[in-house]
Design a protein. Structure first.
Length: 91
């Protein structure tokens, strides 16, 4: 079973020629996936909150600031997968 990557994060409309005329019906899929984009946005939030986690750790709490890099990455991609699954649900 493969992971749904959500398709391209920033699809670009491609111009194709059809007997000398331009068509804008095709979309390019280059670049990062939506899954990677969501994970990158999640890690940005983690970085923004490291100071608060360090304060909590000094108080004896065990926040995710003590996680390994692999645990943080797995959590960010887990959030990304959940976001992709949620956006595919019908309202």
């Amino acid at each position: 079973m493969s992971t749904n990557d959500g398709g391209p994060a920033f699809p670009q409309q491609m111009l194709e020629t059809d007997r000398g005329r331009f068509s804008v019906d095709a979309w390019g899929a280059g670049g990062m996936s939506l899954r990677d984009w969501f994970a990158g946005m999640a890690i940005r939030h983690v970085g923004d909150n490291l100071r608060e986690c360090a304060k909590a750790a000094r108080k004896g709490d065990r926040p995710w600031a003590e996680w390994t890099e692999q645990q943080v990455a797995a959590a960010c991609y887990g959030l990304s997968d959940a976001m992709i699954a949620q956006r595919e649900k019908k309202p």
